[in-house]
Design a protein around this ligand. Structure first.
Ligand code: ATP
Ligand code: MG
Length: 368
């Protein structure tokens, strides 16, 4: 997949900007706060309909503007595809999504047109932080691979919300527990495709990440392993076992006013040479492990779509030793990569196709 054009209008620090990145590696150099991450965020928005760093869409509208827009053109398997997102500060409908120049009504319709894998410094939280970050990692990957997964997830979350609302109503004695079985059956049906897809994805992710880790670290004696932790994945009959568990935990759930069983409680366990990486791994080992997971995402998306996604590397080189930097980039010659850094020295051995300077909302060719 090749991003041939990116256009921004009143997006964060940018007024108007048009960019035509070449294939291969494009480097954006600039001081802190210059607007480098903003560019990668705009690309992420076109791929997934949301930012990678804020849940509030309106943050991305340039201060003082009512609206912002990002449009991207990608070339994939010989044909052009166009996607875009427009956000409004005030309007009732605050987000419009465009595919092929036409407004589409569901975010799910955007997924898969333009795909990306983003790696940023905060990503170490995927391994160090709470399980919801690991679930989000899996959900983003699977939504880009299989649009049907995204719809299944939306459906599951909607039913979960209904059951939780009912639990609260029962706890206040304004509803009867007789209504629970209906929602439990629906929730169990909705859980099935999620558990199956996640289990398969973590198995594949584990095999690939182990390989990438060994390559980037240059050390064979450290073995990275991932496993899917779910109350349901061991069972053939996911729906049946989830219904049983929900029935058993009804009283507890009413007391806590929350649902204690289901894929919204899943996790990924990550170990290095048999030890939990979160408590055992060094900063650099954790970073290399997450990077290996991101590289595995590229493999999985490439396989699902017949060509590699875009790779967005935000400020990650400074954290890797020079050997790791070179081995990382050497494996990526077939992937269009957009990389940001504050110091051009970090990339001078990496043979970029293009180096651009980011300053005051403008992008210019890097010159000494
Ligand atoms: N909604 C907005 N409107 C106008 N400017 C914004 C908006 N949101 C962020 N900015 C500006 O964008 C800049 C931050 O951009 P960005 O995060 O891309 O910097 P960066 O080049 O990645 O920096 P660093 O090297 O520190 O990561 C800040 O100067 C901030 O003031
Ligand atoms: Mg940044």
């Amino acid at each position: 997949m090749h991003l041939t054009q990116l256009r921004l209008h009143n997006f964060r620090s940018y007024g108007q900007l048009a960019l035509m990145p070449p294939p291969g590696l494009t480097v954006f150099v600039g001081e802190n706060g210059a607007g480098k991450t903003n560019l990668l965020e705009a690309i992420h928005l076109c791929c997934l309909g949301r930012s990678h760093r804020t849940t509030n869409d309106q943050d991305m509208i340039r201060t003082g503007s009512d609206t912002c827009a990002v449009h991207a053109t990608v070339q994939r398997q010989g044909r052009m595809d166009e996607v875009g997102v427009r956000l409004y500060q005030q309007q009732r409908q605050r987000k419009l999504i465009y595919v092929g120049g036409k407004v589409v009504h569901r975010v799910g319709e955007l997924m898969g047109h333009m795909t990306c894998v983003m790696f940023s410094p905060e990503d170490v939280e995927i391994l160090k932080g709470g399980p919801q970050l690991r679930r989000r990692f899996l959900d983003m990957l699977l939504s880009q691979c299989l649009p049907a997964y995204f719809y299944s997830l939306q459906k599951y979350n909607a039913v979960l919300k209904q059951r939780n609302a009912l639990l609260r109503a029962i706890a206040r004695e304004s509803a009867s527990a007789d209504q629970l079985p209906v929602w439990e059956e629906q929730l169990s049906v909705a859980a099935q495709p999620l558990v199956r897809a996640r289990k398969q994805a973590v198995e594949r992710l584990g095999e690939l990440s182990k390989k990438h880790y060994a390559f980037i670290s240059g050390r064979n004696q450290e073995e990275l392993a991932l496993s899917y932790v779910s109350q349901l994945s061991q069972h053939e009959d996911i729906k049946g076992s989830m219904m049983d568990r929900l029935r058993q935990s009804r009283q507890d759930d009413i007391r806590r006013q929350a649902t204690s069983t289901g894929p919204h409680r899943d996790d990924i366990q990550c170990t290095l040479s048999g030890q939990e990486i979160r408590s055992y791994g060094s900063q650099g080992q954790i970073r290399t492990a997450v990077l290996s997971m991101r590289l595995s995402e590229i493999d999985i998306l490439s396989q699902a779509q017949g060509e590699p996604p875009l790779l967005l590397l935000d400020d990650v080189m400074s954290e890797l030793d020079p050997g790791r930097r070179l081995r990382l980039i050497a494996g990526l010659h077939h992937v269009q990569t957009l990389l940001t850094c504050a110091d051009v020295q970090e990339v001078k051995n990496l043979n970029p196709s293009c180096i651009l300077k980011v300053q005051d909302g403008q992008i210019t060719q890097w010159g000494p």
